[in-house]
Design a binder for this molecule. Structure first.
Ligand SMILES: *Cc1c(COP(=O)(O)O)cnc(C)c1O
Length: 528
């Protein structure tokens, strides 16, 4: 059962929590109590990734049919480059958990390749046969991962049975100036019925706020958006990490990392591992902390920030100050000043007092800040904070590459440098860093960080061409093949070219309901 962080409204089942994303009071859902890890997960012996993920995830979704859950996990794993899904690679005395071997080259794939099926199962359990439109605010990586997870190109989704609700559809909103050329083309070239992509004039926080405003408008009876949704019998859902269906799958790979360390004899005498996570919306690291609270032997969790170090300051001072200059960095998925999932940690800090969380979050909305008391701060002692600006992050990536030949992307580089500045790794304890994106997803920045500068850049090749040239350099220097998902970008066409103001998002969604309605009913005719 799931409760809201902001009120003591009666708990809801997992299917309601998945379908609504946000609770009606504006809070986030979390499980009333975290299910302890199945002891088999910590026992010796091999276990496939889908089996491991099933044992971690299933207790969060009682009532979801086991065969479908298992089939979804198998289908998701099959979309990754390797059967182990998330390889753990040792380099430079650290362990990199490569979470980027999926279809869009970033860790969001681990959860979003499951989301379409989770939404479909939730709708069936809730007896809701309205259409689903998933809204996504993205800082660059979530958008394409949601498109691939929910409306894959070529229609490669799971089979749907006769009479089931129409397939979920997606509308993605990305900050028009805030994503890399590769990220932009991945999204704007996505060619699948039921998929829409818009640029938003502004940064990620503005895009995220606009999407939240659309959810609020949809919940207001009589608003234009509510009327359009009712007329097309559609409900809005969220693919952002506020959705509990995003968080649960992210717990599984931390369990895998610990098992790999144990199997390789890399755990020290305490049996613990420390973690360092490049953080933006606080989803990935929250999942790691949940894993610890469920019984995974984890020591410290290092929350790594880039120059937008609002989380670093929060952990250091107890004060969250969102009103500050915003910097566009080479780790765009961490360029976030309002970190949505932190609210779930604040709920814990407040000992589960929803009134206190509601008042802190009201303060954040009104004044851009909130502050924890000393008792509340003392409940965050599992966390350490570190941050790294562009130069030290690039420098850390360069040193690692020169010493070991191992390449990291700019987000992972921030975690590497930030962990180091916080004093990690510590003697006697392995440090696992979340490698959240492939270096080939950010080839220009990755190549520049290791001192490679292509002629493409100096001759003024712009945008995607420069990225492609940098990828070739990177591949040669590291002796790697660029991943197929990257190579496939060459020659793709932008299909979605619209850029809108944050205030027009409701109108865009109303327009989308019309456009998608037509393609959905065409699609429905073709279904068995
Ligand atoms: C999304 C993302 C992050 C940040 O993850 P959160 O769960 O939002 O904290 C870090 N790195 C990459 C590459 C990402 O795509």
């Amino acid at each position: 059962m799931y409760v809201s962080t902001r009120s003591s409204a009666p708990p809801v089942g997992p299917e309601r929590a998945v379908l609504s994303g946000l609770a009606p009071d504006g809070g986030l859902y979390l499980p009333r109590s975290l299910p302890p890890l199945d002891p088999e997960l910590l026992a010796p012996g091999p276990m496939s990734y889908p089996e491991l993920a099933y044992r971690v995830i299933a207790p969060f979704f009682p009532g979801f049919p086991e065969p479908r859950l298992r089939a979804a996990l198998e289908a998701s794993a099959a979309r990754f480059e390797t059967a182990e899904v998330a390889p753990l690679v040792r380099a430079g005395g650290r362990h990199f958990l490569e979470l980027y071997r999926g279809p869009t080259l970033a860790f969001k794939d681990l959860a979003l390749t499951l989301l379409g099926e989770f939404l479909a199962m939730s709708a069936e359990l809730a007896g809701d046969d309205s259409g689903i439109l998933v809204l996504v605010a993205t800082s660059g990586d979530t958008g394409k991962a949601a498109l691939e997870g929910i409306c894959p190109e070529g229609g490669g989704s799971l089979p749907r049975r006769a009479g089931a609700a129409p397939a979920p559809r997606v509308a993605v909103f990305y900050p028009s100036e805030g994503v890399s050329p590769v990220q932009r083309l991945q999204m704007t070239s996505h060619d699948a019925p039921g998929a829409l992509v818009y640029g938003i004039r502004g940064n990620f926080d503005e895009a995220q706020r606009a999407v939240k405003a659309a959810f609020a408008e949809a919940a207001r009876p009589g608003s234009p958006l509510a009327a359009a949704l009712a007329a097309s019998s559609t409900r809005l859902c969220s693919a952002n990490s506020i959705n509990i269906a995003r968080l649960a799958p992210q717990i599984a790979y931390w369990v895998k990392a610990w098992r790999d360390l144990r199997d390789r004899g890399e755990l020290g005498s305490e049996g613990l591992m420390d973690l360092a996570v490049p953080t933006g919306n606080f989803g990935d690291i929250l999942a790691a902390w949940y894993a610890k609270r469920m019984g995974l032997p984890v020591g410290a969790l290092v929350c790594a920030s880039n120059r937008n170090k609002v989380l670093y300051d929060f952990f250091e001072t107890g004060r969250y100050e969102a009103r500050r200059p915003f910097y566009a960095t080479s780790s765009p998925s961490m360029d976030i000043l309002v970190s949505s999932n932190l609210e779930r940690l604040v709920y814990h800090a407040a000992s589960g007092d929803p009134g206190r969380v509601a008042s802190l979050m009201a303060g954040l909305a009104e004044t851009g800040r909130f502050e924890l008391g000393p008792d509340e701060r003392s409940r965050l002692s599992d966390f350490r904070a570190g941050w790294a600006d562009e130069a030290p992050a690039a420098e850390a990536a360069r040193r690692l590459f020169e010493a070991t030949g191992y390449l990291v992307d700019p987000h992972t580089a921030v975690a590497l440098a930030a962990a180091e500045s916080a004093g990690y790794p510590r003697a006697g304890r392995p440090l696992v860093l979340a490698a959240t994106a492939s270096p080939f997803k950010f080839p220009l920045a990755a190549a520049a960080s290791v001192g490679l500068r292509g002629r493409g850049g100096s001759e003024g090749a712009a945008g995607l061409e420069a990225e492609l040239a940098a990828a070739e350099l990177l591949a040669r220097a590291a002796g790697l093949e660029p991943p197929p998902a990257f190579l496939a970008l060459r020659g793709r066409r932008e299909l979605h070219r619209e850029t809108i103001d944050p205030g027009s998002i409701g109108a865009a969604i109303r327009g989308a309901l019309g456009a998608l309605g037509a393609s959905a009913s065409a699609g429905r005719g073709a279904r068995p």
